[in-house]
Write a protein that binds this ligand. Structure first.
Ligand code: SAM
Ligand code: SF4
Length: 498
């Protein structure tokens, strides 16, 4: 136990918190301001809401009082206008593309005691594992060689057995794995990570090996609630070490950071306000906001006593939808991730509220892609919570096609330096959209040829033809180059991008 507690005691570097505090020693989650805005904007006028919608359409980040006003809208007519604007903003910034990914859980050992999570230390029922390199290879064989994923979010518990060196080794191993497919080969091309807050030094090392987005969810931004669900004396019990994780990441050179709140621990409007304050803080300090915002909702978890204590704050589906809508309008540039914690029916509805990324064929048991059949009764003990949507990637691509979305497997932005500020500038100028469309078409072709079922191919062909026609009409200079790459991809060449 000495090794583990020594490691835990060395995690937090106080100076890497204090340097970011405000001059009066407070942090940027100003609870009094949040409460004041929500109170003052209790009954916003329709005119004011329409003005705010116009501002969102201009792709401007909202002010706290504006987000508070949107959160308090109850009039169905105004909500319908907000929904319409949310989709329009998404189409303006990200076009009709949706990016898919899979979560890959690599370690369930954890030194923390989050009361809502099955991996918490002290849960004797949890079957603990840290995947070996051979086991990881088997997972990638299924994910990249059989399902066809190109992007992962790798998830790690906080433990010396899955420290920054382990994360680095696993990311490198994942990038190196390649598997033959129907017409070419499959490979993971972007590895995002969701891991505990780290020091600037560890983050710098991970940035050097080429991680994609670095994600840390604050869980709850409400100081008192945070302390209640994260036991004192644990590393995670330090609210500010977590709150400034993204500041450290940006100072370490990580361009794309992902923030999030675990909805259901406290009042949901408070969390949306806080996500806005977090985004504004990053914009003010680093000139660029978060690359993505996630809004996981608390799900049942095996042996997690905190779920009972927080049940008053569980959101209804309508409240959850409203939260998503307000995030879209408040931070118009940001990518938004909808996870498979939600069931298929709700996901299909929410996807049109401005979502940019979603997971598919999700399995969160350790080793579950390669090892278990669904329904294995041991699976609950091997996973962190229960997944709501277990549809395959093929089924999700079909659903998106039916809604007119093209699934993009593009990972080019990150590999050719279109990240962080650069991507935001490109998005604002409409430049990114043009490259992204070309890459979406090529990677869609690649995935269809390598992995899709005949039904999915039948639904996807009209979409791909429509997209090609659009390039011909709106971006004729690039049309020949597109068709050249498209033809090569049909011949089995892989990983071509602009
Ligand atoms: N251990 C790291 C950490 O806590 O930052 C890695 C991430 S943890 C394995 C992934 C995320 O799952 C957490 O940040 C939390 O938001 C979410 N999570 C934990 N318990 C959950 C539950 N019962 N339902 C839904 N999401 C949950
Ligand atoms: Fe550990 Fe993360 Fe689960 Fe908390 S949420 S117990 S830190 S794995």
């Amino acid at each position: 136990m000495g090794r583990v507690s020594d490691w835990a005691n060395s995690r937090i570097i106080q100076d890497q918190i204090d340097r970011y505090l405000r001059p009066d020693g407070t942090d940027f989650i100003d609870e009094a301001l949040i409460e004041k805005c929500l109170e003052e904007q209790k009954a916003p006028s329709a005119d004011y809401i329409r003005q705010i919608i116009l501002k969102s359409r201009e792709l401007e980040t909202l002010l706290p009082e504006e987000t508070a006003a949107l959160l308090n809208v109850t009039d169905p007519e105004l909500i319908a206008e907000m929904e319409k604007a949310a989709l329009e903003i998404k189409l303006k910034v990200y076009d009709n593309r949706i990016v898919t990914f899979a979560p890959l859980y690599l370690s369930s050992k954890c030194i923390n005691g989050c009361t809502y999570c099955s991996f918490r230390e002290g849960n004797e029922d949890s079957v603990r594992r840290v995947l070996t390199m051979e086991e990881i290879d088997r997972e990638i064989k299924t994910l990249a060689g059989q399902i066809g994923h190109k992007r992962l979010i790798c998830v790690y518990g906080e433990h010396p057995d899955s420290d920054a060196n382990y994360i680095a080794d696993t990311v490198k191993a994942i990038y190196n794995a390649k598997y033959t497919t129907r017409k070419g080969y499959g490979q993971i091309r972007r590895v995002n990570i969701n891991a505990a807050p780290m020091s600037i030094e560890d983050l710098h090392m991970l940035n050097e090996i080429g991680i994609g987005t670095y994600q840390v969810f604050q869980e709850t931004y409400h100081h008192k609630t945070y302390d209640e669900v994260h036991p004192k004396g644990t590393v995670k019990g330090d609210y500010r070490w977590r709150l400034y994780a993204m500041h450290r990441a940006m100072d370490a050179g990580v361009q794309d950071v992902g923030i999030g709140a675990l909805f259901g621990l406290t009042e949901w409007k408070f969390e949306v306000m806080s996500l806005l304050l977090h985004s504004r803080e990053l914009e003010d300090r680093f000139g660029v906001g978060p690359h993505t915002i996630s809004f996981p909702r608390l799900e049942p978890a095996d042996n997690a006593p905190g779920l009972e204590d927080t049940k008053d704050f569980h959101l209804t589906d309508d409240e959850f939808k409203h939260a998503v809508l307000c995030i879209r309008l408040s931070v118009p540039y940001t990518g938004m991730i909808l996870t498979a914690r939600e069931n298929a029916e709700l996901r299909d509805k929410i996807i049109s509220l401005g979502i940019t990324q979603t997971d598919a064929s999700t399995r969160i048991g350790l080793g579950a892609y390669a090892e278990t059949e669904q329904g294995d009764d041991q699976e609950a003990k091997r996973q962190q919570f229960i997944v709501g949507d277990t549809r395959s990637l093929d089924e999700v691509v079909q659903m998106l096609a039916k809604k007119g979305f093209i699934t993009s497997f593009c990972t080019a932005g990150y590999r050719c330096g279109r990240t962080g500020q650069k991507i935001l500038d490109a998005l604002k100028s409409g430049h990114e959209g043009k490259f992204c469309k070309l890459n979406a078409i090529i990677t869609y072709r690649e995935w269809l040829d390598d992995f899709a079922s005949p039904e999915t191919i039948a639904l996807a062909e009209p979409i791909i033809r429509r997209e090609i026609q659009e390039v011909k009409d709106t971006n004729p200079k690039m049309f020949d180059a597109l068709m050249k790459y498209y033809g090569k991809t049909e011949q089995g060449e892989r990983d071509l991008y602009f």
